[in-house]
Design a protein around this ligand. Structure first.
Ligand SMILES: Cc1cc2nc3c(=O)[nH]c(=O)nc-3n(C[C@H](O)[C@H](O)[C@H](O)COP(=O)(O)OP(=O)(O)OC[C@H]3O[C@@H](n4cnc5c(N)ncnc54)[C@H](O)[C@@H]3O)c2cc1C
Length: 440
């Protein structure tokens, strides 16, 4: 496999690193003679920034740890090696009436990566993070020791490794509790909303009755239209939908993602507006196959390349409820005024179910995710967004970050020093050195 595999999804920053594959969960971590410099486990590189990169060191590629170990189809308990992709899990379990308890917007992430970033999905308000559904895993340290981790066995290591960014050692296998479903389909309702106030009121109404909620917003809109968009809410379908035929992917499930050359103020406004107006009716209800509802971006394949060789930047923050609406307004005004915009602007309310992870990103509040072509002006805008996030007492998601300052990181995650004592002495990452290392 070429070195291209060892990039992050945003293709920025670049890193020069070696990579060694682990083929078997019982083998030890390569010795320091074999692996030069610091080591870092690598899943499938679906993190956007540098938490999966290790410039100057060695990546321990876990993709060949791809075996299922045990599946109890009665209880929905699944144990598999850490490099198994969520796409392989859904393929195995959906026909047997089970689904992932939490899923991100792509199924091409490994279960080890899902634990290490303690990922969240459209059901965070109900089910919390992925880590809330992990019953156990094994942690392999560079000294050869192995720890069974659960809420009962080695609970402090369990907590440090969920959301621990691969720094506590290599997770070799993971056990999760799946969620029962009656059908591979979901019933989705899409509602058009005119501004942020409407978003908040639809969210509040939906979060009690819908398992999945998320909104796309037109981040080029200003004034009274600030924060207008489409709200999507859904529940798993009933048994009567089991045999139903439906297309797996629908044509305009997403705003288009044009090439970097086309990303300018005019195309941004046109594409965002077109997508908003594409839904003629104020409300629309549809039955969708789970793939089309959960993973529309996967249908486009390697859409990250469309931003060109300089790559792109994602920004995902959470703003606590107390200050969230005001800070969000300020943020969207700054984005609209910059003209930089984003084709994929996503808004969602996080719930208050606490994760077992010491370093987990989600916390109660509103979360906004945006992406931008990698340009100096985008960097300046993101620094401005960080100021707003910090003064609102929020946080930025490390899995999506390539540029936040050490001051911002340490303000968002003040527990980082407590976490440091769990770091394996041979593990480090480009991200960790950037946000906790000495100032350059
Ligand atoms: C299109 C798209 C949509 C996304 N949507 C969401 C979303 O809705 N919600 C969300 O939370 N995230 C989302 N993400 C981010 C993604 O889910 C996370 O970055 C995830 O952690 C990537 O997993 P990976 O297997 O690719 O791991 P990598 O990106 O390779 O690594 C991620 C981290 O996990 C560590 N790691 C990997 N394997 C192991 C192991 N075996 N042991 C210990 N540590 C390990 C790495 O060191 C690194 O710190 C999305 C990403 C993309 C590209």
């Amino acid at each position: 496999m070429g070195q291209n595999r060892y990039q992050s999804w945003g293709r920025y920053p670049k890193a020069e690193q070696n990579a060694l594959k682990m083929f078997w969960r019982h083998e030890p971590i390569p010795s320091s003679d074999e692996a030069s410099g610091n080591i870092l486990p690598f899943g499938n590189g679906r993190s956007y920034g540098d938490c999966c990169l290790n410039d100057g060191g060695t990546l321990i590629d876990t993709c060949s740890l791809d075996r299922f170990i045990q599946f109890d189809a009665e209880q929905g308990l699944l144990r598999c090696e850490a490099g198994v992709l969520l796409s392989d899990i859904v393929e195995l379990v959906v026909p047997r009436g089970w689904f992932l308890p939490v899923t991100p917007a792509t199924r091409y992430v490994t279960i080890g990566g899902a634990v290490a970033n303690d990922i969240h999905g459209k059901n965070h308000h109900r089910s919390g993070t992925f880590g809330c559904h992990v019953s156990a895993f094994e942690l392999l340290r560079s000294d050869g020791s192995r720890m069974l981790c659960s809420e009962i066995e080695n609970p402090e290591w369990f907590s440090a490794t969920i959301g621990g960014l691969g720094l506590t050692g290599v997770i070799t296998w993971v056990e999760i509790l799946l969620k029962p479903i009656m059908s591979p389909h979901v019933l989705e309702e899409t509602i058009r909303f005119a501004n942020l106030d409407e978003f908040f009121s639809i969210s509040e109404e939906s979060d009690t009755t819908f398992e999945y909620t998320v909104a796309w917003i037109d981040c080029t809109a200003k004034g009274e239209r600030l924060g207008r968009g489409l709200f999507r809410r859904a529940n798993h379908g009933a048994a009567s939908l089991r045999g139903r035929r439906s297309t797996k992917y629908t044509a305009i499930a997403l705003p288009l993602v044009p090439s970097a050359l086309l990303v300018n103020r005019l195309t941004l406004r046109a594409v965002n507006s077109l997508y908003y107006r594409n839904q003629i009716r104020a409300r629309r209800t549809r039955t969708k196959h789970f793939e089309s509802f959960f993973y529309p971006l996967d249908a486009i394949g390697r859409w990250n390349r469309m931003y060109g060789p300089r790559g792109f930047l994602q920004y995902q923050c959470v703003l606590p409820h107390s200050d969230g609406a005001t800070a969000l307004r300020e943020m969207l005004e700054a984005v609209a005024a910059s003209g930089l915009g984003s084709f994929l602007a996503v808004l969602k309310i996080f719930g208050d179910k606490e994760s077992p992870g010491l370093m987990s990103f989600p916390r109660p509040g509103v979360t906004l995710a945006l992406d931008f072509p990698n340009k100096p002006r985008a960097m300046e805008l993101l620094d401005r967004l960080d100021e707003i996030t910090r003064s609102a007492g929020g946080a930025v998601y490390p899995a999506k970050d390539a540029r936040m300052s050490r001051e911002s990181y340490q303000a968002y995650f003040p527990q980082w020093e407590e976490f440091s004592r769990f770091i394996d002495p041979r593990c480090s990452s480009s991200f960790w050195r950037r946000v906790t290392g000495p100032a350059e």
